[in-house]
Ligand binder design. Structure first.
Ligand code: 5AD
Ligand code: SF4
Length: 360
């Protein structure tokens, strides 16, 4: 049988070689792919986009990933941790505006003090907002005990990007030490699942040394792991990182965005009931990137609720957008864009991953 887009899209199980063909599609073919993903999203999760208010809790990080602007060895940024009151204010904003959900993200820290602070904070957030919010954590690799304590204190979802599913590529993008192993990252994902969380992961797209086969493997990895949520977006170079040196090896910004949207669309097709985020990195490289991702299957967006004065210090990559925008401006702009695209916002709904609910 000839391998046309239509043929592939009709298959019950789309295997790696077909995924690679979809990733290589030019404009006309991708439009067919996007339309199919759009229709599936409409049928499986509805045309609703859920807000997760993003709180960048601390930029202190004990790791040195080669791609990341807030890596420990970068002395350019002032390191900060929000006070509990600052977090509570952002959480109240989310609750008052019916976001129904927040994400607490930070660089990776593994001290007992950090783990205790988060546990206390979770309880305070629930009591300040009458448990109206579902809380997602994105705080890196931790021990099983810590994951369990945070879960008991009221966090229900956890995001931990695998970054790349190919272990050899992972080794190229991280220091060769015990704090940066692909195995530990995988083990953490399993612990999170075991601890009861809805588990999210993700990858960067368009990294130096990354191939189309790697990206197809990333999508197969999400499916094989039976993940509940995915956040992925283009890699964006940052001058203060070791990977900057290889910036001539990466695809153009436009190609990285297109590739990211194709990844979203294929993922919606192979895992129709999961939650998929339209990430900030997509918008960084193309002002319409996030809307295109929403059309092609994404159903989650993470408006930034970090107090504006800290934002310049949480620059994982260059040209991060909206660093000066107050939460209210962001909310109004997003609402306008999402409505213009014909979707509505899932105000007041937790928007849990249907995939997770169906598995339970
Ligand atoms: N470009 C794009 N994404 C990045 N991240 C870190 N550095 C970069 C970069 N230069 C992503 C990683 C990490 C998440 C918090 O941000 O995937 O998991
Ligand atoms: Fe730290 Fe995460 Fe950046 Fe790695 S990607 S340096 S763990 S903040």
């Amino acid at each position: 049988m000839v391998r046309t887009v239509e043929n592939i899209l009709q298959k019950k199980y789309i295997a790696k070689d077909d995924i690679m063909m979809l990733l290589a599609l030019k404009k006309a073919g991708s439009e067919e792919l996007f339309k199919r993903a759009h229709d599936l999203k409409t049928a499986m999760v509805g045309r609703k986009v859920f807000f997760r208010g993003l709180i960048e809790y601390s930029n202190i990080c004990t790791k040195n990933c080669f791609y990341c602007g807030i890596r420990m060895d970068n002395g350019r940024y002032q390191r900060y941790t929000l006070s509990d009151e600052e977090v509570l204010e952002a959480a109240r904003y989310a609750s008052d505006n019916n976001f129904a959900s927040i994400v607490i993200q930070s660089g990776e820290q593994s001290s007992k003090a950090f783990s205790n602070s988060i546990e206390n904070l979770l309880r305070k957030i629930h009591s300040a907002t009458n448990s109206s919010l579902h809380i997602t954590l994105s705080l890196g690799e931790q021990t099983e005990e810590t994951y369990k304590r945070w879960y008991s204190a009221g966090a229900h979802r956890y995001l931990l990007r695998i970054e790349v599913s190919n272990p050899a590529l992972y080794a190229k993008l991280h220091p060769a030490d015990q704090r940066h192993t692909h195995l530990a990252r995988l083990a953490s994902l399993s612990l999170l699942r075991k601890s009861g969380f809805q588990v999210g992961t993700g990858v960067m797209i368009g990294l130096p040394f990354q191939t189309m086969a790697d990206l197809a493997d990333d999508l197969c990895f999400f499916r094989d792991f039976d993940i509940d949520m995915v956040g992925m977006g283009p890699y964006i170079e940052h001058e203060d990182t070791p990977l900057w040196e290889y910036r001539n090896l990466i695809p153009s910004a436009a190609e990285r965005v297109q590739l990211s949207i194709k990844m979203v669309a294929i993922l919606r097709i192979i895992m129709p009931d999961i939650n998929i985020a339209a990430t900030t990195a997509m918008q960084t490289l193309d002002p319409r990137g996030r809307e295109q991702a929403i059309y092609a299957g994404a159903n989650v967006i993470m408006p930034n609720l970090t107090p504006v004065k800290y934002r310049d210090n949480y620059l994982l990559y260059e040209n991060k957008p909206n660093v000066k925008d107050e939460p209210e401006e962001t909310r109004i702009a997003l609402e306008k864009h999402i409505r213009a695209a014909g979707d509505e916002i899932g105000y007041g709904e937790w928007g849990d991953s249907r995939h997770f609910i169906n598995r339970e």
